[in-house]
Design a protein around this ligand. Structure first.
Ligand SMILES: Nc1ncnc2c1ncn2[C@@H]1O[C@H](COP(=O)(O)OP(=O)(O)OP(=O)(O)O)[C@@H](O)[C@H]1O
Length: 919
């Protein structure tokens, strides 16, 4: 580590009794608890030195952040910060100084800081970057330092830390009586969205946005207790709590007006006084506070209309494994993984967005689908377009870099190389017949002026730095050419001077060299120093030679160095004005980038459709869902599936709204119901679907409750989670929804589970009317089909060979009257004696349970005639073994009290007590 001018300082900012600010990322409070984080109190302790004064000042500015304090090639952390960093990053903790002043210290090299930042912010830990603001070489005394940026999960822009194919959203929510305002931005691209929704709709929208960081006012828990608590619970460390005044409507309105330079937000489609305004303002304020640089790339407000999108709650997204797998949280094996063959990062991000926000209205769905259809029908057009797109760089993130002043020559060149492709892309799209492709073509700007401006200005291979020259093309600027020629001529002059001096003095080994201490010098080998002319001034002795300067050499050196310095400065200036000029045109680039992303996403859907034999579904407003030979898009491609068995689905709000699917474990029930949900979802993003044909009457929400989601990590019982999700479905599903339920009630006792499942089916059928697939082990539920109109039974075909069963994965009409759990247990290797005993027990209890369904059904029918559709409160026996009378019961029943003497009665009582193990 290079020595800082003050590196000899010894300091000990130990904070006895003080809080440890950095170890307190937002924690999920217990349900109902009011989350609170105290602002850490700092007490300056330890020796006072200039450098530690700087450290303390920076720390006081950002007490909640880990302070990365720049010292040469390292960021150093001190005190508690060092302890936290060492624990979280696994870096070595050392000590600065000894004895009482010993101070924990840890450091990370500047060149590998990105990975460390990402690891910290993902854990909800903020990092403040404190840079050296003056050049240590040119500074007498201590270098100046200051915080240049605060990095959080939602504001990180380091390229290596971000997934190129996913947006990284920072989100803010503001609750008011009338509803909630949300604003979310991807700082790396500048896309800024807002929405206003009823408070209860916030969790679903947040699940859709999936923010890396959420800003919540400290008052949120008072204003919307349930929703805010739910947000703290689900987002945990991603929540950053902010003081309530930072969401003050008046102040935030001013912030917004100032940023967007408008008097009213009506032009953006946001009403003045809307709950959106405080949320959006708070978001911009947070950016200003953390970024400390221009946020000019945020130029537009995009108003999201959740009501125009199909709602997917957190559980549904997770069950359907849309963008991450449930078990390993990976992208491989997800629907997105199958669907995404986009060529640009922007296209990848947009496709992901489409998948998480399917549409709800027929017209825009069909509009998109027509674009996919055109690319499917025209494979050559598709390939030509995709070939061009493969060369297009991430225009959105380049734009953000340019407008925030972070772009270098390579970035500008990447921009120009991408914009250079636009005329050719336009040419390809020119004759498009679908509405959407024609519109997108119209939105693409050829941007020829920008391409030309950059390529005329910059060299073909600019360096990564912008202050060291070699950026600007020769011939672009007369003054620069002149300065360069002086510097270049200087080199020729020196070569000539070296030859002349060597000859004049008769020293063949004379050479010109350069060092940073005294600049250019003449070096004479030790053996020839006696020939050195009188005008040489000796500067340095080294082992093999002596070094000299001459007035003539120094005079020329001045000119050359000056020209070099001046030319570097001029290049920097010219580069800066190019960057500013481009920054003024970035709106055009962004519009084009959005259109290019959409073309890419449509072509990608077409590519997947062609490769995997998808068809265009008919999408309409009917209440029908008819899929012929549907397939699961992911499982059909998985290596473990030898040949996928396609299956039909038929649901219809009027005549067949609910289907009960029974069948053994492992038969393919979950696969079938998920595939149905996915086909609907794909149809509603405008995609083709994996089936021979499909007709999809649009749905407003898809609800799934599939399998026992593993929420143990969140400290809740699986059954509780299941019931919370069921409650959500029963409270929010409508007649237009699609409900997909698997094994509801599995997490509790058999009869509890069966009773709940039965009652849930009745409720969905009688009160909601949503198209529903209900997969279950409780074959007793098949009874419902006989009793309720519009309920049908399906089962998964199984072939039995003696004791063996073969799964055919074929869904057939009709229910099954038995389950195969014991067979599956045998297949799984459960020991034969356990299997044998289980068979015996099953034989004994099956008889007792046989009349269960008619009993529940009978009772339910009775209660229905009374108006309600529910399971009996009364006589249904809830314990599986209770129907077997106990020996005590039996003895008591057989006792004839008339024949019993008092002494016999006492003896019998003793006997009965002994039977129950008492006395
Ligand atoms: N239609 C199909 N064609 C081919 N293989 C299938 C099909 N459906 C399912 N499978 C295979 O069978 C396996 C089990 O399927 P799935 O998990 O859907 O069964 P399940 O009936 O829901 O079982 P459980 O009740 O135990 O959860 C899957 O992993 C898949 O490999």
């Amino acid at each position: 580590m290079p020595a800082d001018p003050a590196s000899t300082d010894s300091v000990a900012p130990a904070r006895p009794g003080s809080e440890t600010p950095n170890q307190s990322p937002a924690k999920a409070p217990a349900a109902g608890a009011r989350p609170r984080r105290e602002r850490p109190k700092l007490v300056r302790t330890g020796p006072k030195t200039a450098m530690m004064d700087q450290w303390w000042s920076a720390k006081e500015e950002q007490p909640e952040a880990l302070l990365f304090f720049r010292m040469g090639d390292f960021y150093e952390l001190f005190g508690d910060d060092a302890v936290v960093a060492s624990r979280e990053l696994g870096i070595t903790l050392t000590k600065r100084d000894k004895g009482d002043d010993a101070l924990p210290m840890a450091g990370v090299p500047v060149r590998s800081v990105e990975g460390h930042l990402l690891r910290l912010v993902r854990k909800g830990i903020k990092v403040a970057i404190c840079e050296q603001l003056t050049d240590p070489k040119q500074t007498k005394g201590i270098v100046q330092r200051g915080i240049v940026r605060v990095v959080t999960a939602g504001t990180i822009t380091e390229e290596d830390a971000l997934d190129a194919r996913a947006s990284n959203f920072l989100c803010a929510v503001h609750f008011e009586k009338k509803g909630a305002g949300l604003a979310w931005v991807d700082v790396s691209t500048g896309r800024f969205h807002v929405a206003e929704v009823p408070s209860a709709g916030v969790p679903d929208l947040i699940a859709q946005i999936d923010p890396a960081e959420l800003l919540l006012s400290s008052e949120a828990v008072d204003r919307a207790p349930e929703v805010a608590t739910e947000l703290y619970r689900t987002l945990e460390r991603r929540v950053t709590e902010r003081e309530a005044w930072r969401f003050d409507p008046g102040g935030m309105e001013r912030v917004l007006r100032q940023h967007f330079g408008v008097q009213t937000f009506a032009g953006f489609g946001v009403e003045d006084g809307s709950a959106i305004v405080p949320a959006a303002g708070a978001l911009l304020e947070y950016l200003a506070e953390t970024q400390k640089s221009s946020c000019d790339h945020i130029r537009r407000i995009e108003v999201a209309e959740p009501s125009r999108h199909l709602v997917l709650d957190r559980a549904t997204r997770s069950c359907l494994e849309l963008v991450v797998t449930q078990r390993e949280a990976r992208r491989e094996g997800t629907v997105l993984d199958v669907l995404d063959s986009t060529c640009t990062p922007m296209g990848g991000r947009l496709l992901r967005e489409w998948l998480l926000e399917p549409l709800r209205e027929v017209e825009p769905i069909v509009h998109r689908q027509q674009g996919v259809a055109e690319f499917v029908a025209q494979p050559f057009l598709r390939e030509d377009v995709r070939e061009l797109l493969r060369e297009v760089r991430d225009l959105e993130r380049l734009v953000a870099k340019i407008s925030t002043g972070r772009a270098n020559g390579r970035d500008l060149l990447a921009l120009a190389q991408s914009t250079d492709l636009m005329p050719r892309l336009l040419e390809r799209l020119e004759g498009s017949y679908s509405g959407i492709l024609s519109e997108l073509a119209a939105a693409i700007d050829p941007l020829g002026d920008l391409t030309q401006r950059v390529s005329q200005t910059l060299v073909d291979e600019p360096p990564p730095t912008i202050r060291e020259g070699n950026l600007i093309r020769a011939g672009f600027n007369g003054e620069l050419d002149e300065l360069r020629s002086i510097a270049g001529d200087g080199k020729t002059w020196m070569a000539k001077f070296q030859a002349e001096e060597s000859e004049r003095a008769g020293i063949p080994g004379l050479k010109i060299g350069f060092n940073s201490v005294f600049g250019y010098f003449l070096e004479v080998p030790r053996g020839q120093v006696d020939k050195v002319p009188e005008n040489y001034i000796r500067k340095q002795t080294i082992k093999t030679a002596e070094r000299y300067i001459t007035p003539e050499l120094k005079e020329f050196e001045g000119k050359v160095l000056q020209a070099e310095e001046r030319s570097k400065a001029l290049e920097y200036e010219l580069f800066g004005s190019l960057r500013d000029e481009l920054a003024g045109q970035l709106g055009r680039v962004l519009d084009t980038a959005h259109a290019v992303a959409a073309v890419d996403a449509l072509a990608s859907l077409a590519q997947t459709a062609s490769e995997n034999r998808y068809v265009a579904p008919t999408v309409d407003d009917s209440g029908e869902l008819e899929i012929v030979e549907g397939r699961h898009p992911v499982i059909e491609l998985s290596a473990s599936c030898e040949s996928f068995v396609p299956n039909d689905t038929r649901l219809d709000t009027e005549r067949r709204s609910l289907t009960i699917l029974t069948g053994p474990n492992m038969a393919g029930k979950s696969t079938y119901i998920r595939q149905t949900a996915l086909i609907v979802l794909l149809a509603q993003i405008g995609s083709f679907v994996p089936a021979d044909s499909a007709r999809v009457g649009v749905v407003d929400r898809i609800f799934t409750r599939v399998g026992s989601g593993d929420d143990i990590s969140r400290g809740e019982s699986t059954f509780m989670v299941e019931m919370v999700e069921i409650a959500n479905i029963l409270n929010n599903a409508t007649r237009r929804s699609l409900v997909v339920l698997d094994e509801v009630g599995r997490g509790t006792s058999t009869f509890d589970g069966l009773a709940l499942a039965w009652s849930i089916v009745e409720h969905i059928h009688g009160k909601i009317g949503a198209r529903t697939l209900f997969a279950t082990h409780y074959h007793q539920l098949t009874e419902l089909a006989q009793r309720l109109d519009g309920v049908a039974n399906l089962s998964v075909a199984v072939r039995e060979w003696g004791d063996e069963i073969v799964f055919l994965h074929k869904i057939i009409e009709g229910g099954t009257d038995r389950s195969y759990g014991i067979h599956v247990a045998r297949l799984a290797g459960v020991p034969p004696e356990v299997i044998g005993r289980a068979r015996q027990i099953l034989g004994e209890i099956e008889g007792d349970a046989a009349d269960l369904a008619p009993r529940i059904a009978g009772d339910a029918a009775g209660s229905r005639s009374g108006g309600a559709s529910r399971v009996a409160d009364g006589p249904v026996q809830l314990d599986l073994f209770a129907s077997q009378p106990s020996p005590v019961d039996r003895d008591l029943r057989e006792l004839d009290l008339d024949q019993l003497s008092p002494i016999d009665a006492l003896l019998k009582l003793r006997e009965l007590k002994a039977m129950i193990g008492d006395g």
